[in-house]
Ligand binder design. Structure first.
Ligand SMILES: [Zn+2]
Length: 495
């Protein structure tokens, strides 16, 4: 039985690998007129994969293996656990309803695009409500002993995460970060120098140097460009990431590269013992984001990191030749209330997530509907971030997630930042991070993360990893302390 199981998994993984390559191709180089054809192949293979995963043969196999755990090693046990959990969720939802939901998500995403361009929220608000209704219905099917329906939804992205924990997390943020932001705004910001024209070719060269410096293995990975940067794991020996260059804003590309490199290093360091299993990839979305944000913000926006490499950068990005390290450090950490989440700074970012969290939770709890979302959005943005959009395209319509069917996904972004700070707190006790950064020995950080987090892939749950590494579950205290300490120094505040 185990042999047949392995061969099914192999088949599944081969299809997933092919789908990964197709996705990569579609995002990075497929000619416009070729996209339709490739999308059809993607559709076909996705269906094949779905057929294997949901076939009676495969389900029976998992059931039998589950009943005979003594025949399984620890890795196989975990695989069976993960798979039966997935199957359980699919089984509870009538296929025709799931089909309808998938179609609705495609239609709504199309309407959203149009609505965003024409700044007309009403165009898709009813469909958006239907998306939420489906999510609510599916959660009802899958509800076991969860206190809240929203917990069931959260569980899809971050196993074990609850509304209770998130409420506590965002309450702490609200109490500490919103007043900190007010103090920073009152202080004002230095004028910007770094947004100067820099040839894309030399940006590319620098980003390559940077990737190597951070520890990305180019013998087992590539970097290309795409509209929305992402990382893809075909296999731990074939990790692909993209970045995006802007001629007049060289550090936009730099931070995209650092972020995706964080995801990439994670995938490259998955343990060899997991090869060929379904566990051979990064864990939950929250833990994955913790690694990219750790590299991007905690390392990449620190003074020590740039001190270690600063003399080399001006060769590629000339504006640094007449910018002091101190000026540079302050500029890459400018805090400014802004409307768009993806462009937000490190401090205000989680406040943008808080707005989305409160809204989606309230819709799932049937306290509000999609009817008045633009107004609710404006109120919350003004209260937390301090600015409100005039146009809904820069407000409630800015993200594709909800229209594309993703409800419960946003909190993972903020959790990623919080996990990163909590992990950093432990790391600092065990190794001298500043010294390592200043001397350019980044492999020591990579090794630390590899040993404590990366090698486990999906073998361990996020909660388990956080507890093992830091000695406790998610505790917002570390994230808040990290932000307060960093920004009170930069803005010379006494708090
Ligand atoms: Zn990311």
């Amino acid at each position: 039985m185990l042999k047949q199981f392995r061969s099914k998994i192999e088949e599944k993984k081969k299809i997933e690998g092919a789908l990964g390559i197709l996705e990569w191709d579609l995002e990075t180089c497929t000619p416009k007129k070729g996209q339709q054809h490739l999308s059809e192949i993607v559709g076909y293979l996705t269906m094949k994969e779905y057929e294997i995963s949901t076939s009676k043969e495969f389900r029976d196999m998992i059931e039998t293996l589950k009943e005979n755990p003594e025949k399984l090693n620890e890795i196989e046990k975990k695989e069976i656990e993960v798979l039966s959990c997935e199957i359980e969720k699919i089984k509870n939802i009538p296929p025709e309803e799931y089909q309808k939901f998938s179609e609705l998500a495609v239609t709504t995403q199309g309407l959203w695009e149009e609505a965003k361009v024409t700044n007309n929220y009403n165009l898709y608000k009813d469909k958006l409500q239907q998306i939420f209704d489906f999510n609510i219905k599916f959660a009802q099917y899958n509800r076991k002993d969860e206190k809240n329906l929203y917990d069931v939804i959260l569980d899809d992205y971050e196993r074990g995460m609850t509304t209770e924990k998130l409420d506590e997390f965002f309450k702490a943020l609200k109490k500490e970060i919103v007043p900190l932001l007010h103090k920073i705004v009152a202080k004002g910001n230095p004028s910007r120098k770094l947004m100067t024209s820099t040839p894309v070719e030399s940006q590319k060269k620098f980003n390559r140097v940077l990737g190597e410096y951070l520890g990305f293995d180019f013998d087992r990975g590539v970097v290309r460009e795409s509209e929305h940067p992402f990382t893809l794991n075909i296999d731990k020996n074939d990790v692909r990431l993209t970045t995006k260059y802007m001629e007049n804003n060289p550090f936009s590309g730099v931070f995209s590269t650092i972020h995706e490199t964080g995801h990439g290093i994670y995938e490259q360091q998955i343990g060899d013992e997991l090869k060929g299993t379904i566990l051979a990839c990064g864990g939950s979305m929250g833990i994955h984001e913790s690694q990219s944000r750790f590299y991007e913000n905690i390392i990449g926006r620190s003074r020590s990191f740039w001190k270690g490499i600063y003399s080399k950068v001006a060769e590629y990005i000339p504006v640094l030749a007449n910018t002091s390290l101190d000026e540079f450090y302050k500029e890459i950490n400018i805090v400014e209330p802004s409307l768009i989440r993806t462009e937000a700074d490190e401090l205000t970012y989680s406040l943008h997530i808080m707005v989305r969290y409160e809204i989606e939770k309230a819709i799932v709890e049937r306290k509000i509907t999609t009817e008045n979302l633009p107004e609710i959005w404006r109120e919350k943005m003004l209260e937390y971030v301090g600015v409100a959009p005039e146009k809904d395209s820069e407000g409630v319509m800015q993200d594709v997630h909800w229209a594309g069917g993703l409800v419960g996904y946003f909190p993972s972004y903020a959790l990623g930042s919080a996990y990163a700070a909590q992990i950093f707190n432990t790391m600092k006790k065990e190794i001298d991070v500043d010294k390592i950064l200043e001397s350019g020995e980044l492999y020591k950080i990579k090794e630390w993360l590899g040993k404590k987090i990366h090698r486990f892939g999906r073998f361990k749950e996020t909660e388990e990893i956080i507890k093992e590494v830091t000695g406790e579950g998610l505790n917002p205290k570390y994230y808040i302390e990290y932000l307060k300490e960093k920004y009170s120094k930069i803005y010379d505040l006494d708090i």
